[in-house]
Design a protein around this ligand. Structure first.
Ligand code: BEZ
Ligand code: MG
Length: 445
């Protein structure tokens, strides 16, 4: 047993250190054949190594796989259990999920499979493993109500997986049309209410799969936050609504994504929890702006008129965890922005390292804006580390005055927008630092 394991690990090590990138690039440029290999996360799938091959993804029709369904069941069960603990034992009626394309490549469709588990619908692969058929699980087998979903697909997901989007829409419609009691089928319950409210059929009311318009990506909340160019949260939410309320309709093949903001808004009203996945240890919540860009938490609160729970699944290891978003933003702050090993490592890289720190702080503010799930102490401690310490001030200012100026501005912005409550002393220092770094950038002595 151990022998086999160590042999395999030895093999993996060889693959990791194979220095094949430049070699393969020159061969490609010379018009030679470059060996193909799968792309993805080396921890999930060591076969992606060695790098420097002509990488390919997967057959988009072959997901979710059986393994992805199995992994997704664990995550969905944990999320439901957690939500019940925090909500007096009640099942959530609607979960708003975020689906990314790259994640579903790396996980062979785990988030796609999560949607199917909430609904209680089973994919039925053909002999070649292609998933084009679905089957409703019985309520006895499911052992709980079918939970309604609001599926927010990234533009990349839409581009890669239109067939699976079709599948999800059909799954939702199957649930809405199943002759089952409302208390055991929240999709049907909501679709009937929505049909009544809108004067449309139950089938049309069961519209849950949304993305951007063709050719369009992102809610652009990330850009607004990066530029500090937004007036209030309402404006950010309006961006999400106007850009990400394009629905897929399996009854209109070939129509693509069609603007359907009414259905999107009606679906938001029943949302009780939002949910997205962290599938790789390579990037986490504050490493990139795209996670909060996709986050519909406060948007759902606006329409439901209630507090909306928010969860993040960490599926980076075999034993997947489901944490609240608040727990995850804390964990992220502790492991990155506030972790001396992390920021000293970055600072040792110089100019760009300072920018990395600045980006994490900015993305933290993004989470405050879309979800409100960032604790005050995160800003307070970050201010202690990067602003209150004269030596650190000087290092940042010398290393990258532009990033330092942005950091100072982000702290002031966090306070101004009500995300960080702090002392007048801290605010006065920030204002002075702003003037100082501006003078430095402009060459004023
Ligand atoms: C995606 O894979 O869906 C994705 C990639 C980058 C940013 C946002 C989404
Ligand atoms: Mg997108």
């Amino acid at each position: 047993g151990l022998r086999t394991l160590f042999d395999y690990l030895g093999f993996c090590l060889e693959q990791v250190v194979k220095d094949n990138e430049l070699g393969a690039l020159t061969e490609a440029l010379e018009g030679k054949y470059v060996l193909p290999g799968p792309g993805g996360d080396p921890i999930r799938n060591p076969d992606v190594l060695p790098t420097g091959r002509n990488l390919h993804a997967l057959d988009p029709q072959a997901i979710p796989t059986g393994a992805a369904m199995q992994a997704a069941q664990g995550v969905v069960d944990r999320l439901i259990e957690r939500q019940k603990i925090d909500n007096g034992g009640e099942y959530p009626e609607t979960i708003a999920l975020v689906l990314w394309g790259t994640d579903n490549i790396k996980t062979y469709g785990e988030s796609l499979a999560q949607v199917l588990w909430f609904l209680g619908v089973r994919p039925m692969p053909d002999a070649l493993g292609r998933v084009n058929k679905l089957e409703l699980m019985s309520l006895e087998e499911l052992g709980r109500p079918r939970i309604d979903v609001l599926v927010n697909c990234s533009g990349v997901f839409r581009d890669l997986f239109l067939n699976q989007i079709n599948l999800l829409d059909r799954a939702v419609k199957m649930c809405a049309e199943a002759d089952e009691p409302d208390e055991m089928n929240f999709v049907r319950k909501h679709a009937k209410e929505q049909a009544e409210e809108a004067g449309i059929s139950v089938r049309d009311a069961a519209t849950r799969v949304f993305s951007n318009a063709s050719g369009s990506y992102s809610s652009n909340i990330s850009l607004a936050v990066e530029n500090s160019s937004w007036s209030d949260e309402e404006q950010l939410q309006e961006m999400y609504l106007s850009r990400k309320s394009f629905a897929f309709n399996s009854d209109k093949p070939g129509a693509g994504m069609t603007e359907n903001r009414d259905s999107f808004e009606r679906a938001l009203k029943t949302v009780e929890a939002s949910f997205q996945n962290l599938d790789s240890s390579e990037i986490s919540l504050t490493d990139v702006s795209h996670y909060f860009d996709s986050d519909p938490t406060k948007l759902a609160e606006k329409f439901s008129g209630k507090k909306v729970s928010s969860y993040v699944a960490d599926t980076t290891t075999a034993n997947a965890q489901v944490r609240t978003l608040a727990e995850t933003t804390r964990l992220d702050a502790r492991t990155k922005l506030l972790n001396p090993k992390w920021y000293e490592g970055n600072l040792s890289a110089g100019y760009e390292g300072a920018r990395e720190i600045q980006k994490r702080l900015q993305n933290t503010l993004g989470w405050s804006a879309t979800s409100g799930q960032v604790d005050n102490w995160v800003y307070e401690e970050a201010n202690d580390v990067f602003m209150a310490d004269p030596e650190m001030q000087k290092r940042l200012m010398d290393m990258n005055p532009n990033s330092f100026r942005k950091m100072v501005a982000t702290f002031l912005e966090a306070n101004g927008r009500g995300y960080w409550d702090t002392s007048d002393e801290n605010l006065d220092r920030l204002r002075e630092l702003y003037v100082e770094v501006e003078d430095k950038i402009e060459g004023v002595e």
